[in-house]
Write a protein that binds this ligand. Structure first.
Ligand SMILES: [Zn+2]
Length: 257
């Protein structure tokens, strides 16, 4: 029974029996795994505080052929999202972890997804507004899956979108210009929201303080991202709904027609 050691992000845990936990984690090099942490719910467990969502850990596990569940041997905490500067950031931790869990294929290495999750945890320790980190995370998550529509030109007429804004047309999975949509509504993404995406394409998340984002533009991005995520998951993530119900985040209206 081989022993592996890996760097990983904890995505979620759930109870197993009296004292154990099942841990879902994303390794840097071997994809997503599920494992049993024996005794993890005992107060003096060797897993102690290392199993909170989005904790970055070094862990060792035994893996048996033909067995889906690995057996965790130890977990050492490298970085905790609970060091976040802004207490509001903690509300986002489960949301980020849930989306990574939804998108990470089982046992299929995706180092870029691992790096995105790790970079976001680090950004939460910086004095960067958490909504910018959240919009950045959603943008890159969708981009890494190849499902973020183009934001530079209208795919129908090739007009530039930067000055006029863009309208999300869900049926075409595209962001179109004012002329092609002929919509009487204001754009789903205003020029300010599009400018943030251009900045986010070239900045690491800890430098998002340099990318201005007005409250209104942040809400536009949030609504468009929610639509795109729901389109691909075919439902809304549970923790996204919780965030919204906590208040102040979005208006519950999905973007796009
Ligand atoms: Zn157009």
């Amino acid at each position: 029974m081989p022993l592996y050691s890996a760097e990983a992000l904890v995505l979620r845990t759930y109870k197993l029996g009296e004292a154990d936990r099942i841990v879902v984690f994303l390794t840097r090099d071997r994809g997503k795994k599920r494992g049993v942490a024996k005794g993890a719910r005992r107060s003096r467990s060797r897993f102690a505080a290392a199993l909170e969502p989005l904790s970055r850990v070094h862990l060792a596990y035994f893996e048996r052929e033909q067995r889906e569940l690995v057996s965790l041997n130890y977990a050492e905490l490298l970085r905790s999202p609970f060091r976040a500067v802004d207490p509001e950031a903690l509300a986002y931790v489960s949301y980020f972890a849930e989306l990574i869990d939804e998108w990470a294929p089982d046992a299929h290495a995706d180092e870029r997804l691992f790096r995105l999750g790790a970079a976001v945890v680090e950004a939460l320790e910086q004095p960067v507004p958490v909504d910018r980190v959240a919009r950045y995370f959603e943008y890159w998550l969708l981009r890494l899956q190849g499902v973020y529509p183009g934001v530079t030109v209208c795919p129908r007429c090739l007009a530039g979108l930067a000055d006029r804004g863009a309208w999300l047309v869900r049926a075409e999975h595209a962001l179109l210009c004012d002329r092609c949509t002929a919509s009487p509504e204001p754009p789903d993404l205003s020029p300010g929201a599009l400018a943030f995406l251009r900045a986010a394409a070239g900045l690491p998340p800890e430098r998002l303080g340099e990318a201005p984002l007005a409250v209104r533009a942040s809400r536009e991005l949030e609504a468009v991202h929610r639509s795109l995520i729901a389109l691909h998951l075919e439902r809304e993530p549970r923790s996204g709904r919780v965030l919204r119900e906590m208040g102040g985040v979005g208006d519950g209206r999905p973007a796009g027609g």
